[in-house]
Design a protein. Structure first.
Length: 243
């Protein structure tokens, strides 16, 4: 399989405090890789460093190219896309305007077909089609997450990075979101999924990493991690049964 993302010995410091200690992971083409772990483990920091939002040391290779020194916008132009934990929507703009902003980089490069991509997003998220003229600020939590995913897809990403997509959502909506994530894999998008909901993440992912206090503590096929006694005890208790 082709390696889309290869992260080696990634380190991030906040002042004198090292928040990420030599983390390494890989994402293969057309797979879902999840990173699970408790609050404060460094999961969001990991994604920020990969996107170039945080200064870091170590190596990040995307499709064989070294991203050292590459700005965030350059990484986006290469096909990396991050859906942040807070979704970062433009609440005063309509659903459709938010979606079209996702294609901004492509349009600036002179690429067309934004209208066709918009139709595809609406086909994947019929609820967004129904609310295309509605302001993003008025959407429910699940609809906002769908809008964030749809906006990311407008950029035609090769690697989609999702930071806590189930955060704050009702169990029924969580199931819907994870079904959508699984469907995206079948369309050829590679996904790096950061989640506290370990049960849901391991059910949908092909491979997983456990991040604890800034370090990769365990890794393996998701089915193996889901059966690991330590993972079961720490992450798959009653509190994580959201799907």
């Amino acid at each position: 399989m082709t390696t889309v993302l290869d992260v080696r010995d990634l380190r991030v410091c906040y002042g004198k405090v090292e928040a990420l200690h030599g983390a390494s992971l890989r994402v293969e083409q057309g797979t879902i890789v999840t990173v699970i772990g408790p609050n404060g483990a460094g999961k969001t920091t990991l994604l920020g460093a990969i996107m170039g939002l945080l200064p870091s040391t170590g190596a990040v290779h995307y499709s064989g190219a070294d991203l050292a020194g590459k700005k965030t916008e350059n990484r986006v132009a290469r096909g990396l896309c991050l859906v942040p934990e807070r979704r970062e929507l433009f609440g005063e703009l309509s659903v459709e305007d938010n979606l079209r902003l996702g294609a901004f980089q492509r349009i600036r490069r002179g690429e067309g077909n934004a209208d066709a991509d918009l139709r595809e997003v609406y086909a994947r998220f019929p609820r967004l089609k129904e609310r295309q003229a509605q302001l993003a600020a008025t959407l429910s939590g699940g609809e906002r997450q769908m809008l964030a995913l749809g906006r990311a897809l407008m950029a035609r990403p090769r690697l989609l990075m999702l930071d806590e997509p189930s955060l704050g959502l009702a169990p029924r909506i969580v199931r819907e979101i994870f079904h959508i994530i699984a469907d995206l894999r079948s369309s050829g998008v590679s996904i790096l999924l950061v989640e506290q909901n370990a049960r849901a993440a391991l059910q949908v992912a092909d491979y997983g990493y456990v991040l604890e206090t800034g370090e990769i503590a365990m890794e393996g096929p998701s089915s193996d991690l889901a059966g690991n006694p330590r993972v079961v005890e720490s992450y798959l208790g009653l509190a994580s049964r959201a799907v």
